[in-house]
Write a protein that binds this ligand. Sequence first.
Ligand code: HEM
Length: 419
Amino acid sequence: STMELRDGTQGGTRPVKHFYDPSNPDIRRNPYPIYEHIRTREPVHYNPILQAWMVFGYEQAQAMLKNSNASSRRAELLAKKVPAAVRDKAKTFTQTANDMLLFLDPPEHRRKRHLTARPFSMRMVRRLEPTIRDMVDKALKRIADQGRFDMVHDLALPLPLGVIGAMLGVPESDRHTLKTFSEAMSLMVNHPKPSAEMVVQGSEGMEALFAYFRDLIAERRRQPQSDLISEWIKVEEQGDLLSAQEVLVNGCLLLFAGHETTTNLLGTGLYNLLRHGEQLQRLREEPNLIESAVEEMLRFESPVQMVTRIARADFVASGKQINRGDPIFVVLGSANRDRRHFNDPERFDITRRDSRHLAFGYGEHFCLGSGLARLEAKIVFEQLLEFFPSLSLAADQMEWKPDIMNRGLLSLPIAFETH
Ligand code: HEM
């Protein structure tokens, strides 16, 4: 279907011939052509299938994420996804979403973020570096021993969970329990239309996580250690402590926000290095390009493709009338390929300078874990290239996750040689 739509910001009237259809498998494999098609015609666009506004342009994405009418209080959108039959079972989920940093607006957001972020400093992250190096080293040795390597299963999935566990102060022996619960929770939260079964399992997972963190918090109250849970318990600002409930919710939030995102960065990051062999070669020759290489991985295949907001009032954006209650999807993965902002954006170029991509978001909710995610990726790719003198893709066709919000590979089989 062809629709005539006026494009106020870029001049001229050009028809949007193709819509973004989240159920189309071609789009899931490669969403970038459709992003570009719509972005160059109508950077703020109403999608009739999602029944939501989608923001495709870089400038427009920044503006939307700075717009106080675009609210993060979107827990009710999450609640709406839950099938009526199991709404009761999902109470923990629908109620606590309201307490998470990600789903709050200022001024409440600012207070909580400040308290949460203080112990989550670069100092804390750097203290984790030897632990991360050790975890990666052990994983690589295991891979060499078993003679088979799947980047997603052997490294990208377990590492971020181990790191968050270590940071929070979860003992190693309990981390597999965390994994089961957090996966069930993420599936429920990220799925556009979760089944009753997903909701029941996800809610049970979330409740189990809560019970686990409650015990851990009680223990750290009695005997503080040098972990994040102990630090949060100590945090005090103008006599204003983070409540026990907030510490609990923060623990779950880190698992939710920091696990799958980092997994996807590590998986697609390696995939893109291997697909662009000359870039991989360049990185082997100039290891000090590692930091800009990680930034390019984040820009080129942004793990968080979209963040959502909800209009809290009627307002106009890029000439479009947005009504109170309308859902808004800010498509970071499209903004990061906008040729009005990036030179030759379809090129994967690890030497790119001054990228200022939006992969970690923008404004009030800018990712709290960006320093940690960058450090993990740096260590993984440094050690991977050093450990394996030769790496290549061991399959022709990769399978992408059936998720429009998070872009990641289901598996990534790798052929390798050791020294
Ligand atoms: C927020 C991306 C890793 C913790 C965000 C947001 C994005 C993002 C786009 C903003 C969401 C919004 O505006 O609605 C990523 C990516 C990661 C990553 C791409 C990995 C490559 C992590 C890690 C942690 C973390 C490792 C912690 C262990 C958080 C938290 C927030 C957040 C707590 C909420 C901040 C707030 O609402 O004020 N992240 N993230 N993230 N991220 Fe990350």
